[in-house]
Design a protein around this ligand. Structure first.
Ligand code: HEC
Length: 198
């Protein structure tokens, strides 16, 4: 009886400590997995929302130059700033664990980080130049903002065929030309690194 009383609770205490530890560890594991998953889902949602904002801004800018959106210096500036800010944060929004079937981001981003980052950097540089020009936007759209009749859009495509062509200095390009080059970057990146979801 003595043995029973002395040994049993002792053993139970050990066991329950172990059990508590095991359950605790398991919970800690599960909850950190859940936290990681929630974190990734939130990241994906926020980058998708960011892309949608870019799309709205890009549509406004394209519309301004093709006459479908009435020009107004503030509208122009706001859209250019949205593009600058959104493209500027693109780089950090695609970590390895967030690619593949979970979203529209292809796993190829991980296999070709250099191209992905080059595209992100390129579009951000163009959008920064555009926002700078837009900061001094005139009250009326003017000829300086327009692409001249001789301007071709092929100077700006990072992944285009004319790889030897020198990239024109973005700050020297008319706003309309920058907008076209920005739209080309959207398309280049999507055709390589974006997939259909579901
Ligand atoms: C460097 C690569 C890259 C560039 C540049 C880029 N995108 Fe994307 N875009 C992606 C990827 C990858 C996805 C898929 C993201 C996801 O589902 O998580 C995406 C998704 C989108 C979506 C869908 C968002 C949703 O709700 O699922 C829109 C709209 C979009 N992009 C618009 C644009 C526009 C407009 C531009 C140019 C101004 C642009 N993107 C530039 C890579 C890029």
């Amino acid at each position: 009886m003595n043995i029973g009383v002395a040994a049993c609770p002792h053993g139970e205490a050990h066991n329950s400590v172990r059990l508590v530890l095991a359950v605790g560890l398991a919970l800690a594991c599960v909850s950190s997995l859940v936290a990681a998953k929630v974190g990734i889902e939130a990241l994906i949602e926020s980058r998708q929302a960011s892309m949608k904002q870019m799309a709205t801004a890009a549509k406004t800018l394209a519309g301004i130059f093709n006459g479908q959106v009435p020009y107004n210096a503030a509208t122009f500036r706001d859209a250019a700033e949205t593009l600058r800010d959104r493209t500027g944060s693109l780089l950090g929004e695609f970590p390895s664990g967030s690619l593949g079937p979970l979203s529209g981001a292809k796993p190829e981003i991980d296999q070709d980080r250099r191209s992905f980052e080059a595209l992100a950097h390129h579009i951000a540089t163009l959008a920064t130049a555009l926002a700078k020009e837009a900061a001094n936007a005139p009250p009326q759209i003017n000829a300086e903002m327009r692409m001249g009749p001789g301007t071709m859009m092929d100077g700006g495509s990072l992944l285009g065929k004319r790889t030897n062509a020198a990239e024109p200095e973005p700050a020297t390009l008319p706003a309309e030309h920058l907008v076209h080059m920005i739209l080309q970057d959207c398309t280049s990146c999507h055709s390589r690194f974006r997939q259909k979801i579901r």
